[in-house]
Design a protein around this ligand. Structure first.
Ligand SMILES: [Zn+2]
Length: 198
């Protein structure tokens, strides 16, 4: 419990120090939801959507908080919006989970147009998991392990560069001692969320 409270304090600080950065609000909302504080989680999760409406997972989290508060109507609206975004972005997992939640609620599932002809992916290009566009790959995998290989196959060079800047911010703002495996885990989680990797 105390570790969770420390995280909540960290993310609160991150969200207030850098209020236009969706990541602090996202982490704060997730942590509050995990510690059974759904009423408190709503505001930071809504703020994430204001700052970046394309993070499909946040709709699922917001709807979960709304359901815990017995606001089924609001949850259904959030899920319908989230399913559309997840569909647009090709985020299969949150999309399927949110469709399942809508069905369990007995609410209508939005009709989804099949996406246009698939874009041609040329040599040295990647369909980026973060920006959803076909863009140049990095010249090399950023790390030599399996995760590095996954990032190389899924993330474009531009988004990776953006993450490097953001990662530095995460380390500084959360004061993460990376030699500590727990801190390394927090850092990896931020990276996966930022790059939209499952
Ligand atoms: Zn990209």
């Amino acid at each position: 419990m105390s570790e969770m409270n420390t995280n909540i304090e960290r993310f609160r600080r991150m969200a207030s120090d850098d209020p236009d950065n969706p990541m602090g609000h996202f982490s704060l909302g997730r942590e509050l939801l995990a510690s059974e504080e759904p009423a408190e989680a709503i505001a930071p999760l809504k703020r994430v959507i204001e700052l970046d409406p394309n993070i499909s997972k946040v709709y699922q989290m917001l709807a979960t908080a709304q359901l815990k508060l017995k606001k089924a109507g609001e949850a259904a609206e959030t899920l319908q919006q989230g399913v559309r975004i997840a569909h647009e972005r090709g985020d299969m997992m949150p999309k399927n989970e949110m469709i399942k939640m809508l069905q369990e609620l007995g609410a209508s599932v939005p009709e989804l147009k099949s996406k246009g002809p698939t874009q041609q992916v040329g040599e040295g290009q990647v369909v980026c998991s973060r920006c959803g566009q076909v863009k140049p790959k990095m010249a090399h995998a950023p790390f030599s392990n399996a995760q590095g290989k996954q990032i190389h196959e899924k993330v474009c060079a531009d988004c990776w560069r953006e993450w490097i800047g953001m990662g530095t911010k995460v380390i500084n703002e959360l004061r993460l001692p990376l030699a500590d495996p727990q801190a390394q885990k927090v850092f990896d989680q931020h990276m996966k969320e930022f790059l939209n990797l499952e």
